[in-house]
Write a protein that binds this ligand. Structure first.
Ligand SMILES: [Fe+2]
Ligand SMILES: [Fe+2]
Ligand SMILES: [Fe+2]
Ligand SMILES: [Fe+2]
Length: 442
């Protein structure tokens, strides 16, 4: 049976206001929670932040809206605000900023990999794959700090569902802003799936940026603070990249419809996948609320634009966030695309050899890393703690680490403190040797 979100019964807006006890939910237990319950919680917070912020932009910038409709929009915005608290505060107080950070990057890797495989537009898929390898490397860099600062191995958070190993090195994620701009889709020809996919990943990336902005300073370690600043800046580039895929001629009423539809689709998927009964009930209630938001947005779309909402969102549900292990897919992209870089006019250099010597991003990278690249310092530092970097992957992928680094590193604009492939190989060999020594002592 098909689920048409424009026809399913939702919860009347009058019934959606909740009391403080209902709003502030009981947090999950960080030791017991399934990693994909945590990724759903992190993603839905990002979706709600975007839903809430959009309504304020709408009421600030859209003229000639009847006062009762303006009031409806502001009432829905209040509900988004309450939903956001519930989603975000499911996160327990004893989950550290670094632990939550590993969760954020796991969202980015496994969500983007799912979207890339369920995206009808090849150009958009290529963009998802490009961003994927950058967040994959962020997970690796933060995992070093989680071990050095808090004694945590990444498997405590990602639960062996996501590999942790070097990706496209973070120091090479810094680009001239213009290069991040992709070609926008054509709103008349593009499928609702593509529109929802982009808005979903964009909401996640935006919230990742905001989380690092608001929490990166909470550690005293200067190198860690600098790494948060460095990766936050990459998330800013990711927001720029993903939002540039959206057709800028979409009207604000059309965007309102797409925002509510994206919320419906994401809660629908969360509800289908959630194994935790306590948390599942929130996905269920929030889906009912979003169906009403969507139908109110559809009513306004018809009233102000005299168009049929189905032209924009179709008549079926979409699955934008099926969280599951994506190791095989990510490995394939990693091995084929680690040397890829951004070219002008929304294109890509597919191999390092194609990049011209006067590539505009070299200047940006030389400037920001002129003293050192914090994301490289963390690999230098981990040598003192563990002889080699913290890596969690199957033996086959682990054995390719030095080659992956060779293929991912540029020849130009390489920070002076970079751990080069020969140094990494020495660290790995040294670790093996010392492991034997340690076993003998024990
Ligand atoms: Fe919402
Ligand atoms: Fe990231
Ligand atoms: Fe990202
Ligand atoms: Fe909503």
């Amino acid at each position: 049976m098909t689920f048409n979100p424009l026809k399913e019964k939702g919860m009347p807006l009058d019934k959606q206001l909740r009391n403080w006890h209902q709003i502030v939910a009981k947090p999950y237990k960080k030791e017991k929670v399934d990693c994909y319950t945590r990724t759903r919680q992190i993603l839905m917070n990002g979706i709600e932040i975007e839903g809430w912020g959009f309504k304020h932009q709408f009421n600030r910038f859209v003229p000639n809206v009847d006062s009762e409709d303006k009031e409806t929009i502001s009432r829905i915005g209040r509900i988004e605000n309450q939903q956001q608290i519930t989603c975000n505060w499911l996160c327990p107080a004893d989950q550290s900023v670094l632990e939550t950070t590993l969760g954020y990057e796991q969202v980015a890797v496994d969500l983007t990999a799912w979207l890339a495989q369920n995206e009808p537009d090849e150009y958009v898929t290529e963009t998802f794959n490009f961003g994927l390898l950058e967040d994959f490397d962020h997970l690796y860099r933060y995992s070093q700090f989680a071990y050095m600062t808090e004694g945590i191995k990444p498997c405590a958070i990602v639960q062996d569902q996501t590999d942790v190993i070097v990706g496209r090195p973070t120091q090479h994620h810094h680009n001239c802003n213009g290069l991040r701009l992709r070609h926008p889709y054509d709103k008349e020809k593009t499928s609702p799936q593509t529109k929802v996919n982009i808005l979903t990943v964009l909401s996640g990336e935006q919230q990742t940026h905001n989380f690092y902005a608001e929490h990166g300073f909470m550690y005293g370690d200067h190198v860690l603070r600098e790494t948060y600043a460095e990766i936050k800046d990459v998330e800013e580039e990711h927001v720029t990249m993903y939002e540039s895929l959206i057709d800028p001629t979409e009207t604000m009423f059309e965007k309102a419809l797409l925002h509510e539809f994206t919320e419906v689709c994401n809660y629908y998927t969360c509800l289908e996948d959630e194994a935790d009964d306590e948390i599942k009930k929130y996905w269920e209630i929030f889906l009912e609320m979003e169906l009403e938001h969507l139908q109110l947005a559809a009513k306004m779309f018809k009233k102000y634009e005299k168009r049929d909402p189905e032209e924009v969102i179709g008549s079926e549900i979409i699955i934008p966030c099926r969280f599951k292990s994506q190791k095989a897919y990510v490995q394939k992209i990693l091995e084929n695309e680690v040397g890829k870089r951004l070219a002008p006019n929304g294109e890509y250099y597919k191999t390092m050899k194609e990049i011209p010597e006067d590539w505009v991003s070299y200047k940006v990278q030389e400037r920001v890393s002129e003293i050192s690249a914090p994301s490289e310092n963390c690999i230098n530092l981990i040598e003192f703690y563990n002889d080699r970097d913290i890596v969690e992957a199957d033996e086959n992928l682990k054995n390719k680490e030095v080659t992956l680094l060779e293929e991912g590193l540029q020849k130009i604009a390489v920070a002076h403190n970079t751990v080069m492939p020969d140094k990494l190989q020495k660290m790995i060999d040294n670790h093996e040797e010392r492991k034997k020594q340690k076993e003998m002592i024990i």
